[in-house]
Structures are given as C-alpha cells and as structure tokens.
Write a protein that binds this ligand. Structure first.
Ligand code: GTP
Ligand code: MG
Length: 197
C-alpha cells in the first residue's frame, strides 16, 4: 500500500478540524526534528509531500495525508521544541494528546526516537498516555545513519528494557534511516499489517 499516491487532505490546529474518520490512520509522533515528516516521505518515496526542515518546529498542525483509498498517514507536530512561545507549544502538545487518546480510527502510533538521544521525558509522557488510552504504538529509532552499529544495538536494548512491561507497545523496535533507506522495507511490512487486518 505504500506505493499508492500520497495526498495532503487536511491540516488541523484544533480537534474540530480533524477530517472525517474515513480511513484507518497511522500517526507519526516524536520530538521536534526527530524526522517524522522525512520518514513519511521516505516510506512512500514521495519527496516533498510532507514538508521537512532543519529548523525544529516546522510541522505546526496535525497534517493528514491519504495513501490510496485505505490508509491515512498523520504527521503530528513535534513536542519538546524549546524555542516556541510557551502558549503555542502547550497548544500543540494538548492537540497531540487529544488526537492520540481519542481518535477512533487511529490504528497505530509510530513513536520516533532519535537513535542518538534515546527516550526523553516528553516521550515517556506520551507513552504513559498511550498506555492509559490503550493506543497501540511502536518505537522507531531514527537517523541510524549517524551512529555505529554497536551504539545502535545498545540504544535499542536500553529502550526495550525501559519499556519491558508496557502493554500497548508493539515489538520489536524498528531502526530506520530516511537518509540511506535502512529499515524502511521492514517498517513498511510492519505497518502493512495494520491495513490487512
Ligand atoms: P518537526 O516537524 O519540527 O516536528 O520535525 P520532524 O520530526 O518532522 O523532522 P524533519 O523530518 O523535518 O527532519 C528534521 C531534520 O532531520 C531535517 O534536517 C532532516 O533532513 C533530518 N533527518 C531526517 N531524517 C534523517 C535521517 O534518517 N538521517 C539524518 N542524518 N538526518 C535526517
Ligand atoms: Mg515535521
């Protein structure tokens, strides 16, 4: 299904502008700059549909993209972006939480974690929310092209150890690089199960 055309359908800054729940949704969450928009482009090989930037905080609304007729990929605004004005930052964070905890067609959240930095407090906050709302999620380690394999393996083990009793977590952790393409086919296969179910 990742060969289908990716089409922007809506940007929402408030919950009342979320589009109708027509498609199964897979959302991409994580800290600002972790590579969410880049991963949506890389997974679909459709560059530039989800906008990316060196400057953290580019995605400032929840962006919904349909992928063919069966699936919607959802680009969430990043959290933990230090330079945003406080009230703006709180608004995005609340919006992300509301979406994740209550969107009925949300089948899975890909929580992106920078391989270099690992889990941060804001990630843990979102994980707690997903556990309590029983939102199924999986961890995606990003930017694996910048770390040696041994460090990557250590990072993965560390995260799985921290999350070992988490019930809504889908195993195993997947490591990707949008830059060199590592792990993308693995992730596509894992996400395709959401649709075929
Ligand atoms: P926000 O929209 O601010 O939340 O950020 P985002 O998570 O959507 O990140 P985005 O995809 O815009 O990428 C941020 C920066 O990281 C850009 O400069 C990307 O080129 C870079 N980047 C993304 N993926 C990778 C990767 O796999 N490897 C490397 N080395 N850089 C990456
Ligand atoms: Mg983005």
């Amino acid at each position: 299904c990742f060969k289908q055309k990716l089409t922007f359908i809506a940007a929402a800054k408030i919950a009342s502008s979320f589009p109708p729940t027509r498609y199964a949704e897979i959302a991409f969450a994580g800290r600002s700059n972790v590579g969410k928009s880049s991963l949506i482009n890389a997974l679909t090989r459709q560059w530039g549909v989800a906008r990316t930037s060196d400057k953290p905080g580019l995605t400032q609304a929840i962006n919904f993209f349909s992928l063919g007729n069966e699936l919607c990929l959802v680009d969430l605004p990043g959290y933990g972006f230090a330079f945003a004005k406080d009230h703006v930052r709180e608004d995005w964070e609340e919006l992300v939480k509301e979406y994740v905890a209550s969107r009925s067609c949300l089948k899975r959240v890909c929580l992106l974690v920078d391989a270099k930095w690992g889990l941060r407090p804001k990630d843990q906050e979102l994980i707690q929310l997903m556990e309590s709302s029983r939102t199924r999620y999986q961890i995606i380690l990003t930017k694996t092209d910048i770390l040696p394999p041994l460090d990557l393996a250590r990072r993965a083990t560390q995260i799985l150890q921290i999350l070992k009793d988490h019930r809504s977590l889908i195993q195993p952790l997947i490591m990707v690089s949008s830059k060199n393409g590592a792990g993308l086919s693995n992730l596509r296969a894992s996400l395709a199960r959401v649709v075929s179910r």
